[in-house]
Design a protein. Structure first.
Length: 319
């Protein structure tokens, strides 16, 4: 009898301390959406569009938590160490993978559960000064190939723009001189001031500078033409094997219940039919394409491998 009581008490403790959503239901109470970026920036604005949609669709409150400390790594940890019940989610782009492969963050994709693609970050354009000698990205790449290490490109060292430049070096067998220019404002000023040869900026900003005669566009970095920016040909169309899109992804902690992962993923599916969401994304020059859970995970695994190879090529992978 004493042994039976001991077993029953232990079982009760497991039920109390186990997964709060062990029955597969979701959500149960307020959802915490951690955004590893400052309030007011592009990631935050798009994150709040997603948070509002999530709140309206689920009927549960969604608390947005901005945590940019440590380049976003503090926010990553808030989710990685949370209960795997779907109540604490991470809304982040592939900088999580970049931070892992540069040693800034000691954990990796395998320490999280990829759940869904949310939005795609606004498209980027490579541009140069209006009097630059190149009229397209192919011209620039050919010049760089003939002059190794001479042409300068503005990047955020160790960040996404550094990896885009590294991808171009890798794909086209060229060598560029990387110059620190973290923000879009920094890159534009450096290009117009003749301090760097090329840099990337948002397509919407690029259009304004081009129309004002202050910059010359060389290529759009989307993998396919963007109907919102028909005047910008892609690098792929020019025969330059470079493309980069930055998806915003919903992650959860490791070892989540697959049923809850599936439910959260399915909630995001309606974004493609929601006119308010579509209008908000259009204003941001962003977009949304639904992907099932399995596809999300495969796409992220492929992106993780690509980022790993670029980090090694750039010499910034941890040893």
């Amino acid at each position: 009898m004493r042994l039976f009581r001991t077993i029953m008490v232990a079982a009760a403790c497991l039920l109390i301390t186990g997964n709060a959503n062990a029955d597969g239901s979701w959500p149960k109470g307020t959802i915490k959406l951690v955004i590893p970026a400052k309030a007011g920036g592009g990631t935050d604005i798009m994150g709040r569009i997603f948070a509002n949609y999530l709140q309206q669709t689920t009927g549960s409150a969604v608390a947005v938590i901005n945590q940019p400390s440590g380049g976003g790594t503090v926010g990553y940890e808030m989710v990685r160490t949370a209960k795997p019940d779907g109540q604490t989610l991470l809304y982040a782009h592939t900088s999580l993978l970049i931070n892992a492969h540069t040693g800034r963050y000691p954990h990796s994709l395998s320490d999280f559960t990829p759940i869904a693609y949310a939005q795609i970050y606004p498209p980027q354009v490579y541009a140069v000064a209006p009097n630059a000698p190149w009229n397209n990205l192919k011209d620039f790449v050919n010049d760089a190939r003939n002059n190794p290490g001479k042409l300068t490109i503005g990047v955020s060292l160790g960040g996404t723009t550094h990896f885009i430049a590294g991808l171009m070096q890798q794909a086209e067998n060229i060598e560029l001189k990387m110059v620190e220019a973290s923000s879009e404002v920094d890159k534009v000023a450096a290009i117009q001031g003749g301090h760097i040869d090329i840099g990337n900026l948002g397509a919407k900003s690029a259009r304004q500078f081009v129309e004002a005669g202050k910059m010359k566009p060389l290529a759009l970095l989307d993998p396919v033409p963007n109907k919102s920016f028909p005047e910008f040909p892609t690098a792929i169309e020019q025969g330059v094997n470079v493309f980069w899109q930055t998806p915003l992804i919903v992650f959860g902690p490791k070892d989540m219940d697959p049923a809850i992962v599936q439910k959260i993923n399915e909630v995001t599916k309606g974004m493609s039919q929601d006119p308010t969401i579509q209008e908000s994304l259009e204003k941001m020059s962003s977009s949304y394409n639904y992907h099932p859970v399995e596809e999300v995970q495969k796409l992220l695994e492929a992106e993780d491998q690509r980022i790993s190879k670029i980090a090694e090529q750039l010499g910034i992978a941890p040893k």
